[in-house]
Structures are given as structure tokens and as C-alpha cells.
Design a binder for this molecule. Sequence first.
Ligand SMILES: C[S@@+](CC[C@H](N)C(=O)[O-])C[C@H]1O[C@@H](n2cnc3c(N)ncnc32)[C@H](O)[C@@H]1O
Length: 270
Amino acid sequence: MSQHPMHEANRRGWDAVSAGWQAEIDARVDWRSIPDNIHLVLDAVELKYLGEVSGRSVCVLGSGDNLAAFALAGAGARVTSVDISQTQLDIAAGRAGELGLSIRFLQADVTDLHELPDDHFDIVYTGGHVAVWVSDLQRYYGEGIRILKHGGLFMVNEYHPFRRLWKLDAGPLKQEYHYFDHGPFTYDRSEELPEGAGPSGTQGRQGPPSPLPSYEFHWTVSDMIRALIESGCELLAVEEYGDGNQDWEGGAPLEKMPANLVLVGRKKRV
Ligand SMILES: C[S@@+](CC[C@H](N)C(=O)[O-])C[C@H]1O[C@@H](n2cnc3c(N)ncnc32)[C@H](O)[C@@H]1O
């Protein structure tokens, strides 16, 4: 359970869609090949700043498909994987077992990591569409940086905020959102479930699935940089990369716009 009602609704949504969503990821990449090939998941830009991860303690926040967790553990890091959805974590834990990876899985809201101690990890890594689910960016990054050792690395790799503004269909590009409107933007995730699915994506009663309201938040580039700095990091780098289309973007002509925004911070030494 999350204390935040919108996060709690999002948790229910993720628990319900998790199996189908992981199947979509599986169609794109084979999770079994990840531990031996970190480059399948982490970009050269990220690896440049992460450096050698073997033997280092890493916490992945909003771990989702856990591909980043598998890649980092495969490279020898001691990984803690945090997600609000127990269903996502259960799938990942089963896969980690098959891969022989020792990863700690923790169900928690990224805005409340009280089960993790202060000043503990060498690296905190987060991103790939996590901030969009979180109502309070300052608390999210604040918690991520609290659990980081002084001098440790905080890395965010998010879908670029400029990319979130557009209507996701083919044809001429149309702006749908105001850049400075944070939301929340509400929609019903039960549309992602098959007919007759129960609350966890299992077979239930016949008919349309019951509603699964979900809440998204749009953060700007400066929101992200400010939250990182105000949480006690110095900003080491800002990078942008990726200019192709992504298959879930509905054919919108978003090529030539950056897909990823990477922020790298170092927690200030005392
Ligand atoms: C789109 S996935 C992105 C994660 C990963 N990078 C990936 O590509 O799979 C979003 C993940 O964030 C998790 N999430 C959403 N809100 C969260 C919160 N408040 N705290 C922790 N995890 C959250 C969801 O359960 C989901 O697994």
C-alpha cells in the first residue's frame, strides 16, 4: 500500500497490467541475454558515468521490467530493486532466480523508502518512465539521494519531457499538452486488460474489466534538475540522446527530437 491515494491507484493499475506489459517488453528483448550484455539495456552515455560497477551497491528505483537491475547485477553490482508493484517484482524475482542473480527486491513507493537506510548505496539509478507516475518529484529524488552515500552517483535516465507534449498518432505533429501543466492526467488502464480479466489480470467475471484509474504527471527539464540539486547533489552532467521513433508512440513523427534525458548528480560530501 502507498499512503498516497493516486500512487495507490497507480500501484493497482501496474499490478493488473504487469503480465501483459512484460510480454510486450519480451517481444522486443530477451531478458535471458541481459546479464551478459549490459549494452542491451544501458546506453554508452550512461556507462560513461557509471564506470565500473562490479562490487558496488546499486539501488534501482521504479525497476519495472528489471532489465537495468539484471544488467547491473550481471556486471557484478550488488543490486536492490524497488518498485511499487509487487506483481512486477514477483515476475522479476522469478527471472532473477532462473538467471542465478542475487538481487534484493523491495516493494515500496519511491517517495517513501523508509525501509532503506541513509547514506547506504554507491549508485542510485532510476528512470525509463518512472517520474511520470510520481506526484512529488522532490520527495522521489530526495529519497533516492538520502539513501545514497556521500560522494555517490545519482543517475536519472527519463523519457525526454519535450517528447511528452504531442498527440500520439500518425499524421502531422499536433501538440496535446502544455509544457508547464504538471497534471495529474487521468486515464483508465482497464483498457489494457483483456475482456473478462479480473483485478490482477487473471480471468474473472465476463464483461468489461472494472475501471483502473491511473494518474500521470508531466515534469519539465528544470523541475528534474531543481529536484536533484535541492536534494543535495551537485549536477555533474546533462545529456540528451535518441532521435528515432519508439513503437508505442503511435506513429507520431517524433524523430529528430531527443528521446532520453540523462541527469547525473553526485551527492555532496559532508
Ligand atoms: C514504465 S515502468 C519503467 C521502469 C523501467 N525503467 C522499465 O522500463 O520497465 C514504470 C514502473 O514504475 C513503477 N512505479 C510507478 N509508480 C511508482 C512509485 N510511486 N514508486 C515506485 N515505483 C513506481 C511501476 O510499478 C512500473 O514498474
